[in-house]
Design a protein around this ligand. Structure first.
Ligand SMILES: Cc1cc2nc3c(=O)[nH]c(=O)nc-3n(C[C@H](O)[C@H](O)[C@H](O)COP(=O)(O)OP(=O)(O)OC[C@H]3O[C@@H](n4cnc5c(N)ncnc54)[C@H](O)[C@@H]3O)c2cc1C
Length: 436
């Protein structure tokens, strides 16, 4: 799967959305890099067109590219409310879809919304992430009968590069799911191709704390005891008799045996930044501010008690508001209005990392003469010294995880090599919490 490392021809900050490849007139193609990320690779001696660079959701600091706020002004101009951390919106909710949540990652709202998009004719097709052996990829689905195959969130690199050519060629309207940077790429595409903009009739935002490399899945499969030829990785195997965050990872070995491991036994995979794309450290969109609807996990004390999970929901358009309202009134949804502060609180750790410490990460990048992508100035704050220490150690841990897995793809030796990094990060994090 992985080929040698070569510099990214478009941007040093990349999450693999593939918008550049779609605009490249055949000069660039998405491919695996040595660290297990999907990145653009130059495949032609012709020059890469400028359109590829302007399609990127992580533009250079001096590029004249619209940021999330400017794009929201274009796409969500009719939204009735604004909150600096939430963006433009209609309402905020917490709840679940009883019919979908057993087979979904969280409260099953994403599957419910996509089903409604198809049955109500809001779109003729949906473009969502589905299983593909040991991996995952975006797939076009045109019938609500197939909806259950689309459920579950996948912590694996995927690319939207085919989406943009589909929008051009396909009859009918398309709805798409995406994490924040992918949603931004879709919105940029719509501004650059106004004649196709209406064909993208709905965007579901999957709230995301950071994208993982394919090595993350390999590591978890090895930790669970599956062999190297494993298939069907599942990241969110729920335990309805336990709490929402007590979920397991599972995979199937080549002999058909299923192996599972509780994520609590693996240790913190999110706060440590292990296997994470560097670009995610420069993303300021915690709540997928450009989607029609944003869905995440209700990581809040009272909802955490329920092992089947609940979603936090932000409706941003009249159409998404209507889907929710109808579902509530006909009893298909167990969803209640929530205070916007609760939604923000559910993503507290993500805001603390991505907003509160961003100015320090930018200063650090400048100090090492690394390029810094354009970010929204309004989110920047002064970073306290202990938080800065956490940032330095988190970056060292992230970098070491990718390097160590590349050199020795074995969970036991990997854990041994990562141990000092993780201990140090834990100490700095504890000190930072104590100081706060
Ligand atoms: C990379 C990643 C990071 C996440 N980080 C956070 C976080 O920080 N905070 C938080 O609250 N929640 C996070 N989540 C979880 C996610 O927000 C919830 O699971 C979401 O609310 C959907 O739950 P659901 O039960 O409604 O989804 P389901 O009903 O299970 O449906 C999931 C939908 O998402 C689509 N999908 C799956 N994987 C991807 C993907 N990689 N990209 C785009 N679409 C996809 C599927 O096709 C399906 O339509 C993350 C998810 C991902 C993929």
């Amino acid at each position: 799967m992985k080929s040698a490392k070569s510099p990214n021809p478009i941007s040093p900050y990349c999450t693999g959305c593939g918008a550049c490849a779609a605009a490249s007139e055949g000069t660039v193609q998405m491919d695996w890099d040595a660290e297990g990320f999907l990145v653009p690779r130059k495949i032609s001696s012709r020059e890469i067109p400028l359109a590829s660079f302007s399609a990127c959701p992580f533009p250079k600091a001096n590029a004249q590219a619209p940021d999330e706020d400017a794009l929201a002004e274009l796409f969500l101009k009719d939204s009735s409310r604004f909150e600096p951390k939430i963006g433009r919106f209609e309402n905020t909710y917490i709840g679940h879809s009883p019919r979908h949540r057993k087979t979904s990652s969280s409260g099953g709202l994403a599957t419910y919304v996509f089903e409604n998009i198809l049955t109500r004719g809001i779109a003729d097709h949906i473009f969502v992430v589905t299983q593909d052996g040991a991996a995952f990829k975006y797939r076009l689905i045109s019938s609500s009968n197939d909806i259950e195959t689309t459920s579950k969130t996948r912590y694996f690199p995927v690319t939207l590069s085919d989406f943009f050519s589909l929008v051009r060629s396909l009859d009918g309207k398309i709805a798409v799911s995406g994490v924040a940077c992918f949603v931004k790429a879709v919105r940029i595409y719509q501004t650059q191709h106004p004649e196709q903009s209406d064909k993208i009739s709905f965007v579901v935002g999957i709230i995301c704390g950071g994208l993982k490399s394919a090595s993350f899945t390999e590591y978890l499969a090895d930790k669970a005891g599956a062999d190297k030829d494993f298939t069907h990785p599942q990241y969110r195997v729920k335990d309805e008799h336990s709490t929402a965050n007590d979920y397991a990872f599972s995979a199937i070995s080549s002999n058909g045996e299923e192996h599972a491991i509780k994520m609590a036994k693996v240790g913190d995979m999110w706060g440590t930044g292990m296997f994470k794309a560097k670009a995610c450290d420069f993303c300021t969109d915690v709540l997928t501010e450009l989607a029609d609807i944003s869905l995440g996990d209700a990581w809040l004390p009272v909802f955490r008690e329920d092992g089947l999970g609940h979603n936090v929901v932000v409706t941003r358009t009249k159409v998404s508001e209507s889907i929710l309202r109808t579902g509530i009134s006909n009893g298909e949804l167990h969803v209640q209005l929530a205070d916007p502060a609760e939604i923000i609180s559910s993503q507290r750790a993500s805001f603390a990392h991505r907003w509160d410490a961003l100015s320090f990460r930018m200063a650090l990048a400048k100090l090492f003469r690394h390029p810094v992508p354009a970010v929204r100035r309004r989110v920047l704050k002064r970073t306290p010294i202990l938080q800065a220490l956490v940032q330095v150690q988190r970056e060292r841990t992230r970098y070491a995880s990718l390097k160590n897995w590349r050199h020795s793809p074995n969970a036991r030796s990997f854990d041994r090599r990562m141990f000092p990094h993780r201990v140090l990060l834990k100490i700095f994090t504890k000190l930072n919490h104590w100081a706060r």
